[in-house]
Design a protein around this ligand. Structure first.
Ligand SMILES: [Zn+2]
Length: 452
């Protein structure tokens, strides 16, 4: 029991701590990535992704074990996708054994980064607007906890030789914690840690998901369908994969692959400065967002004409100027009800020609607030019951301990003081147990959220 309690507390700290480098937890990434596979329209690509599901899923978990394999820091780590893609497309790379599996792993890692980006600059920002200060992991827990998803349902695949080659190429080696000779063991450790954390999440989320759903009713109602939630994440990944696949097969491929809102869609908010009132764009490869040429961006209102825009990194923290996603902000207020068209030409190719397939989207600005639903969730009881049984059980054991000891030792003396003390402590813990039950154990959650 003590070990379980410790595991739950450890998991609670892990779940409730806002690691800024991760946006979704591993299991939610895997779930969204599966949704993306199901949405792929190119039959050849879909068959490829299904045939290599272990590699795709392992790739989608890969960027976050992260902390074990990026002693060199976040910025350098972010270059992984670029270097891996160069490696996959280098002359002769296609003939290398395991090339397809490593490509599938790369597509999984790309999916992870897109999912994080789209979530971070939209739904996560909107959560603050509606007063729900959820942390990153709680986002995922809202919809997947208690639904049987909380496990790896694939065989972890670690393309050790490929990663060693890419890491050497990216200049990742050199830190004593990470070099060619330690890579394999560092990776195994990272992946094992992830699996342990999943188990802890499973245990903890079983006890707390009803609390999270009641505490974050907007998130619970919107995490799957609102912009930046599961559905749009999956659509963005699908679009990116299809463009990468086309590029790999020598077909014309868009550079900007996905936008929120999409063609025929409606902006989530009419407030131009809100995260939900900006246009979010995802690219096929990372590029220097802050150097995006304004001549590539055309925003025109049906009635109000051309609208000058500002291009913003998906997070304005100076660390994401080169990235896969960014946002476009109108510099004039949107007119509610009006239809706007955005055209985004790709970066020029080596010959200076603009991309063959510009991204275009015609969308409407809403006349009223959207995505305002809040879900009703039943009263949470699991954590309160668990803690009450734990504390109450300990209280009962303490209250009865002197009597048990007297019996065991065949003591005739009454042990009044010891029995009185034990009874007081036992009753105190019993009262604490009742209080935890009545308050659903929320004090424990509050404490962990404040002191992780
Ligand atoms: Zn992440």
């Amino acid at each position: 029991m003590k070990r379980h309690a410790a595991a739950i507390l450890a998991a609670a700290v892990a779940v409730l701590s806002a690691g800024h480098a991760r946006a979704w937890d591993e299991i939610t990434h895997g779930h969204i990535t599966d949704m993306a596979v199901a949405r792929v329209r190119d039959p050849e690509l879909k068959a490829f992704l299904l045939a290599h599901r272990d590699a795709v899923q392992s790739g989608s978990a890969f960027p976050d074990w992260g902390h074990a394999i990026k002693p060199h820091g976040e910025a350098l780590h972010a270059r992984y996708l670029d270097v891996a893609f160069d490696d996959l497309t280098a002359p002769g790379a296609g003939a290398r054994p395991g090339h397809d599996a490593f490509l599938a792993h790369y597509l999984g890692a790309y999916a992870h980064v897109v999912e994080d980006r789209v979530l971070d600059c939209t739904l996560k920002e909107q959560a603050k607007v509606v007063g729900e200060r959820r942390d990153d992991m709680e986002n995922g827990m809202l919809a997947i906890a208690g639904e049987g998803y909380l496990r790896r349902d694939y065989t972890p695949f670690v393309p050790e030789a490929d990663l060693a080659r890419v890491y050497a190429r990216a200049g990742y080696f050199g830190d004593p914690r990470l070099n060619a000779s330690t890579l394999a063991s560092v990776m195994r450790r990272g992946m094992t840690k992830g699996a342990i954390q999943n188990r802890e999440l499973k245990l903890l989320s079983f006890l707390t998901y009803d609390w999270a759903r009641r505490e974050f009713p907007w998130g619970y109602a919107n995490i799957e369908r609102a912009p930046g939630g599961f559905e749009s994440n999956a659509d963005a990944v699908t679009a990116g994969w299809e463009a990468i696949w086309a590029q790999l097969h020598g077909r014309p491929a868009p550079f900007f692959v996905y936008s929120l809102p999409g063609e025929g869609g409606t902006l989530a908010s009419a407030d131009r400065a809100a995260a939900y009132g900006r246009i979010t764009v995802v690219a096929r490869h990372r590029f220097a967002v802050t150097r995006l040429d304004p001549a590539w961006v055309h925003l025109v209102g049906d009635r109000s004409g051309p609208v000058p825009v500002v291009v913003r990194p998906y997070l304005d923290d100076g660390e994401h100027d080169i990235d896969l996603a960014f946002q476009i902000e109108a510099t004039r207020s949107w007119t509610p009800g009006e239809i706007y068209r955005l055209t985004l030409d790709g970066p020029p190719d080596a010959a200076g020609r603009l991309a063959a397939a510009p991204l275009t989207t015609r969308f409407r600005v809403p006349t009223g607030p959207r995505f305002t639903d809040r879900a009703k969730a039943p009263r949470p009881w699991r954590l309160g019951l668990f803690l009450a049984m734990l504390v109450g059980g300990v209280g009962g054991a303490i209250a009865g301990a002197p009597d048990v000891a007297r019996l065991a030792l065949r003591q005739e003396r009454p042990w009044r003081v010891a029995r009185g003390l034990a009874l007081v402590v036992g009753l105190g813990l019993g009262g604490l147990a009742l209080w935890l039950l009545a308050t659903d154990g929320v004090a424990v959650i509050d404490f962990l959220r404040a002191h992780h």
